[in-house]
Design a binder for this molecule. Structure first.
Ligand code: GAR
Length: 211
């Protein structure tokens, strides 16, 4: 079978992108290849990571477009030019429109830094998610990888991993622990499972076939 071309969409530091690049370098994503990185912001460190790994990168800057539709149109053009088969949102913080989401049904994967359906949806991104988890006093949080549909953070869940909250945690300390213990493991694994054809979606449930 032809290898699936993966486009990773980023907006910031790109540690999740790095986890994907490292997994690929170790041969852990057979059947897929990260062939493009697209950033919605110029000058972010994720672009440097792509360059170091020899992966082509493009900037489609959100600020260059007057609205979401124009921005998503440009994004779609870029992905089509690169024959993208799987889109991975790795800390991508711009809103995608319906046209974009419908172009890649169950072919867009997002990583979110909480156990969905807690601390998710509109306005929940980055450090804010961890601030809210600490403010609510939960004892366990984690990360979720899911397919993207029209509902913010509401698509079928692929993988989740729990992470303990510890006494004295700050949002920054918690963010780091959730990344290290959950995000950087879950996202490459989800990419591997997708590229191996082991994920199937039935309603809101994702089935994972055994090897
Ligand atoms: C990650 O923690 C990711 O889960 C989060 O942004 C961070 C990006 O870090 N994404 C969201 O909050 C999406 N709602 P990175 O650029 O170092 O991968």
């Amino acid at each position: 079978m032809a290898e699936i071309k993966i486009a990773v969409l980023v907006s910031g530091g790109g540690t999740n992108l790095q986890a994907l690049l490292d997994a690929q370098a170790r041969g852990e994503i057979p059947g897929g290849r990260i062939s493009l990185v697209v950033s919605s912001r110029p000058g972010v460190y994720a672009l440097e990571r792509a360059a170091r790994a020899g992966v082509p990168a493009e900037v489609v800057a959100r600020k260059d477009f007057s609205d979401t539709d124009a921005f998503c149109g440009a994004l779609l053009d870029t992905l089509r030019r690169h024959d993208t088969g799987l889109v991975i949102l790795a800390g991508f913080l711009s809103i995608l429109n319906e046209t974009f989401i419908r172009t890649y049904p169950n072919r867009i994967i997002n990583i979110h830094p909480s156990l969905i359906p807690s601390f998710c949806g509109k306005g929940y991104y980055g450090l804010k998610v961890h601030e809210e988890a600490l403010a609510r006093g939960v004892k366990v949080t984690g990360a979720t990888v899911h397919f993207v549909n029209e509902e913010p953070d509401g698509g079928p869940i692929i993988l989740q991993k729990a992470v303990d909250i510890l006494p004295g945690d700050t949002p920054e300390a918690l963010q780091k622990r959730v990344m290290e213990q959950a995000e950087w493991k879950l996202l490459p694994r989800a990419a591997m499972l997708f590229c191996a054809g082991r994920l199937s979606v039935e309603g809101r449930t994702v089935r994972i076939t055994e090897e």
